[in-house]
Design a protein around this ligand. Structure first.
Ligand SMILES: C[S@@+](CC[C@H](N)C(=O)[O-])C[C@H]1O[C@@H](n2cnc3c(N)ncnc32)[C@H](O)[C@@H]1O
Length: 204
């Protein structure tokens, strides 16, 4: 992000507001999304996010609980909600401006099965059948490892995670690290520098 001293992963971005309206148009889903300065990919849905949403398989069961880890203004969570109307969707982010946008985007698109909250608001015993994420690689390797170590163990038995990561931002070493943690991770897709990783819940 260009504004000095402001990051898309700040809790309260210091950059002023500049609201925009963008569209996410996929073969099966259309969403109008409000965005703003100080959130990730405000001008258009991120190409990695779009690729993830185009490539991932259907939600494995209709009533799945789904986590969008690092939800931003909500393109992943809201697409999952459209595709699986009986599923329960939770979007988590640190950026309060992004969370406000995601909640407003859910309302504007008539979606009431998705909630958008900070990590502290998710009950510690809540488990997820699916995690779908364009994770915050830019927070740094250790912080990313800590984040994944917090959430991947919260997959239900048999659960899985689908993540998009750019190759040049370390997708392959991330996959190796995750496998080493006991979360078998393989490549589900690869295109234009992006990798989609599939991680299976650990057995421990
Ligand atoms: C690459 S962006 C993806 C945003 C959105 N899912 C999308 O596809 O447009 C990663 C998101 O993770 C959020 N994030 C950073 N650190 C986080 C943390 N510790 N917990 C949850 N979300 C975090 C950022 O604020 C950002 O919105």
């Amino acid at each position: 992000m260009s504004s000095e001293g402001s990051h898309y992963f700040d809790a309260q971005p210091s950059v002023g507001s500049n609201r925009q309206q963008i569209e996410l148009s996929l073969a099966d889903v259309f969403l109008e999304l409000g965005t703003d300065s100080g959130v990730f990919s405000a001008g258009r849905v991120d190409p990695g996010t779009r690729y993830l949403l185009q490539e991932i398989p259907p939600v494995p069961n209709e009533t799945a609980s789904v986590l969008d880890l690092g939800c931003g203004y909500g393109p992943i969570a809201l697409t999952m909600a459209r595709r699986a109307p009986a599923a329960t969707i939770v979007g988590v982010d640190v950026n309060e401006r992004a969370l406000d946008l995601a909640r407003a985007n859910a309302r504007a698109n008539g979606i009431d099965t998705a909630s958008f909250v900070t990590a502290a608001e998710v009950p510690s015993d809540q488990r997820f059948d699916l995690i779908v994420s364009n994770p915050p690689i830019r927070i740094g390797k250790q912080a990313l490892h800590d984040l994944l170590s917090e959430w991947i163990p919260r997959l239900s038995p048999g659960g899985r995670a689908w993540m998009v990561v750019q190759k040049h931002l370390g997708s392959d070493s991330l996959a190796s690290w995750m496998t080493d943690q006991g979360w078998p991770t393989t490549r589900l897709g690869s295109r234009k520098g992006y990798r989609i990783l599939e991680t299976m819940a650990g057995t421990a």
